[in-house]
Write a protein of this length. Structure first.
Length: 480
């Protein structure tokens, strides 16, 4: 059985315990034993990152470019293999896994360039003879805590900007998907990162994650995960001495509005892809399909037909459209929400059944509810599975009001052929990302990513904008 260790201070080190990583498409398939760190390893990793910071933060940007570019080249060259690693441990289809691995490679290439593009400003002072400079500096040791649903892309979009702008890192990946981050850290280590710049401590959130958050030498925390964990992390960052900078990317209850004038095929594709691909396990998944009366019945019929054609099976098998749910506890959560939806009076129009396949795995047929109201729990709480509900509305105005009536605000979409409604929706949606005739999930990597309300807190991630989090501004005054 392969054994995977933590990376601390440039050395691969064993931990006192290990945990088994299981393939959700086939629970008989054990991927390997992964080190389970403790607070001791977290402390050592922070100490190593702290020691590496002075030199790395002042390193030549050409050196940072070269390392990030080398990592990008290797990720892209190995995208099929890395995609397979990812799909095997997370359960998204191989095509999705390979696409995500390629995305990680693109992100490293983008941020390699960003290492060379950091600029400052000089402005005239309001005082005679004084010059003012505004520059950006690295913030220090950044703790990163990542979720299981994008095992390589999310770590990549945190690690790459942090390194590009001179920070050092301690990362704790989600317990369910350590292999992808392990592979990424191995690539970066071999790409020439000095010892201690990037440290990997696998282990439980309540143990390793908590130790990173509580550590006084960690300057900032970048977290992606659920709202509950995020809220606790933000409170701990504010309470710590000194206070920590914090960035949270959390859940969603993303609306897809379908208007009478929408192209039916486009609307069905947006809904099928946005709600059910990647097993619905995306923070940007469309879980509320808000449909106007005139197209409602045709849309539901066409979407149902599309869902009937989707193959739910082993993530690594050719022809699979939807892989398994990630684990038993997520499957229990999905099934409990299907039950809640029924009891609340929504109609389970299609799917929602447990499925058996060749190997034992967590297979669930996509579930489409109709006759939903926006007050139901399945319309208000994040399920994080292949479960979506249709809410019938009378007009565009009602659709917009329902779309915005949520505690979340990550992504929102509209399908319409009417420029007036498309423009109005772009301006008036209370989400961080708005899609017109596109699925709510699926974004570019060179522009900001993030939401409003309960979905995000702190500066956005990705693109050049990521420097709002990964650098701090200094204002210097000089008497000439
Ligand atoms: P989670 O909150 O359970 O776990 C996220 C990470 O936090 C894991 O690494 C976990 O080990 C760690 N953690 C748990 N308890 C901790 C603690 N007490 N202290 C420190 N760390 C702790 O979330 P998850 O189930 O892994 O991921 C699913 C969630 O992530 C969903 O809500 C989804 O919407 C969200 N998500 C958001 C985005 C986004 O960018 N907005 C992207 C992907 C996923």
């Amino acid at each position: 059985m392969p054994v995977f260790q933590n990376l601390i201070g440039g050395e691969w080190v064993a931990a006192s315990s290990a945990s088994r990583n299981i393939n959700p498409s086939n629970t008989n398939d054990v991927i390997g034993e992964f080190a389970q760190g403790s607070a001791v390893e977290a402390d050592r990793a922070v100490a190593a990152a702290k020691a590496a910071f002075p030199e790395w933060s002042r390193s030549n940007p050409q050196m940072r470019y070269d390392i990030l570019k080398k990592a990008s080249d290797e990720i892209l060259a190995r995208k099929d293999e890395l995609g397979r690693i990812l799909s095997r441990e997370e359960g998204k289809t191989l095509a999705e896994g390979i696409g995500e691995a390629a995305r990680a490679g693109q992100i490293f290439a983008f941020f390699a360039g960003e290492a060379l593009r950091l600029t400052g400003e000089t402005v005239p002072s309001v005082r005679p003879g004084v010059g003012v400079e505004m520059t950006r500096e690295a913030i220090g040791v950044v703790g990163m805590i990542t979720p299981w649903n994008f095992p390589i892309a999310i770590p990549a979009w945190k690690i790459a900007p942090a390194l590009a702008w001179g920070n050092t890192i301690v990362i704790k990946p989600a317990d369910l998907v350590p292999h992808s981050v392990w592979a990424l850290c191995d690539i970066l280590d071999r790409a020439g990162l000095p010892k201690g710049v990037l440290n990997l401590v696998m282990g439980r959130g309540s143990v390793v994650g908590q130790a990173i958050i509580d550590h006084k030498d960690v300057a900032a925390i970048s977290f992606t995960g659920s709202v509950g964990t995020g809220r606790r992390i933000a409170a701990a960052c504010v309470a710590s001495v000194p206070m920590k900078k914090v960035q949270l990317e959390m859940g969603g209850k993303n609306p897809l509005v379908v208007l009478d004038d929408a192209d039916l095929k486009t609307a069905v594709e947006c809904a099928a892809n946005g709600a059910f691909f990647s097993t619905g396990q995306r923070c940007t998944a469309s879980s509320r399909l808000i449909v106007t009366e005139g197209i409602h019945d045709a849309f539901v019929a066409a979407l149902t037909e599309r869902l009937q054609g989707l193959v739910v099976d082993d993530a690594l098998k050719a022809g699979t459209h939807i892989g398994p749910v990630v684990d038993q506890s997520q499957l229990d959560q999905d099934e409990s929400y299907i039950d809640i939806g029924r009891k609340e009076g929504a109609k389970l129009h299609w799917g929602g059944e447990r499925l058996n396949r060749e190997n034992p795995g967590f297979y669930l047929q996509p579930a489409l509810f109709t006759e939903c109201t926006n007050a139901m729990r399945i319309s208000r709480e994040e399920v994080f599975g292949p479960v979506a509900g249709v809410i019938r509305v009378k007009s565009y105005d009602e659709a917009l009001a329902v779309a915005n009536d949520t505690d979340f605000g990550l992504s929102a979409g509209i399908c319409t052929a009417n420029l007036k409604y498309a423009s109005h929706f772009k301006r008036n949606s209370e989400a961080g990302m708005v899609m017109v005739n596109l699925p709510t999930a699926g974004v570019d990597y060179h522009v900001p990513f993030g939401g409003r309300k309960g979905s995000s807190y702190g500066p956005r991630e990705q693109g050049a904008y990521a420097k709002e989090f990964y650098t701090t501004v200094k204002t210097a005054y000089t008497l000439a």
